[in-house]
Design a protein around this ligand. Structure first.
Ligand SMILES: Nc1ncnc2c1ncn2[C@@H]1O[C@H](COP(=O)(O)OP(=O)(O)O)[C@@H](O)[C@H]1O
Ligand SMILES: Nc1ccn([C@@H]2O[C@H](COP(=O)(O)OP(=O)(O)O)[C@@H](O)[C@H]2O)c(=O)n1
Length: 220
C-alpha cells in the first residue's frame, strides 16, 4: 500500500506548519515541515562560514549537511549532525537569511530529493508535506494538493503574536521581504491547476483544520 500524500503550500504565517501538524495528528499521518529543512540548511551554511551571497559557496555546504527531521506531529524535532536545531531555526536571524540559500537551484534539488525519500519511507498511512513548492515541484502527483492562504494583515498579526524580542513591525517587515524574495523563486500565491485553495482569513484555527480535512476527504 502506498502512502497518501497531502501537499500544502502557502506564504509565511498562513498556518501551514500548525494546521498541517494538527491535520496529521487527527488523521494518524506523518508530518513533514520542508521550511524547517531550508532553515536548518541556512543555519548550517552560516555555521560553515559560507558567503551567503555567493551561490557556489552556499552549494559547498551541501555535502556536509547531515539533516534529520522527525515526522511524528507529536514529537517534532530537527537535527543537523548531533545538534538539535529545532528552536534556533525559528529565530529572526535564521528567518533573515533563509531565502538566500533557498533560491539556489542545487540546494532546492538536494532538499527535494531528501523530502521525496522521507515520503516514500514513511510507515504512516499518509504524510502531510508543507512548504512553498510541494504542490508544484516536490509532489505534483500528490493525492491531495492544497494552497493555504490568509490576508497579509492577518498573517502578520498571527506571526507577531507568537514572537517575542522583536517588534511587530520588524517581524512584519521581515515576513513581507521574505515572501517577496521567495515568490521570485516559486509561485505560492496562486493555486496551480488541480490545487484547492483554503483561505483562513476569516476562519479560526479549528475551522481551518476542519476545512483542510474536508478537502482531503473529498479527494480520497
Ligand atoms: N486559522 C487560524 N486562526 C488563528 N490562528 C492561526 C490560524 N492558523 C494558524 N494560526 C496561528 O498563526 C501562527 C502562524 O502559523 P504557522 O503555522 O506558523 O504558519 P506558517 O507555517 O504558514 O508560517 C501560529 O501561531 C498559528 O497557531
Ligand atoms: N518548500 C519550501 C519551504 C520553504 N522554503 C524556504 O524556507 C523558508 C522558511 O520556510 P517556513 O515554511 O519555515 O517559513 P514560515 O512560512 O513558517 O515562516 C521560506 O521563507 C523559503 O525561503 C522554500 O523555499 N521551499
Amino acid at each position: 500500500m502506498s502512502t497518501i500524500v497531502v501537499a500544502v503550500d502557502g506564504p509565511a504565517g498562513s498556518g501551514k506548519s500548525s494546521i498541517s501538524k494538527a491535520v496529521a495528528r487527527k488523521l494518524g499521518y506523518a508530518y513533514l515541515d520542508t521550511g524547517a529543512a531550508y532553515r536548518a540548511f541556512a543555519w548550517h551554511a552560516a555555521h560553515s562560514g559560507v558567503e551567503l551571497a555567493d551561490e557556489a559557496s552556499v552549494v559547498s555546504a551541501l555535502p556536509s549537511f547531515e539533516f534529520a527531521e522527525a515526522t511524528d506531529p507529536d514529537a517534532f524535532s530537527v537535527r543537523v549532525g548531533a545538534t538539535d536545531v529545532t528552536d534556533v531555526i525559528r529565530t529572526h536571524e535564521v528567518s533573515g537569511i533563509v531565502s538566500h540559500v533557498a533560491r539556489v537551484p542545487e540546494v532546492r534539488a538536494a532538499l527535494t530529493a531528501i523530502f521525496r525519500d522521507i515520503a516514500v519511507t514513511t510507515e504512516n498511512p499518509g504524510i502531510v508535506i508543507e512548504g512553498r513548492d510541494i504542490t508544484t515541484v516536490v509532489a505534483p502527483d500528490a493525492e491531495v494538493r492544497i494552497l493555504l492562504t490568509a490576508s497579509e494583515e492577518v498573517r502578520m498579526g498571527r506571526r507577531s503574536a507568537e514572537l517575542t524580542g522583536h517588534s511587530a513591525q520588524a517581524v512584519g517587515e521581515q515576513l513581507k521581504a521574505r515572501d517577496r524574495a521567495d515568490s521570485r523563486v516559486v509561485d505560492f500565491m496562486t493555486a496551480a491547476d488541480g490545487v484547492t485553495t483554503v483561505d483562513s482569513t476569516d476562519l479560526n484555527f479549528d475551522e481551518t483544520v476542519d476545512a483542510v480535512i474536508d478537502v482531503i476527504h473529498s479527494r480520497l
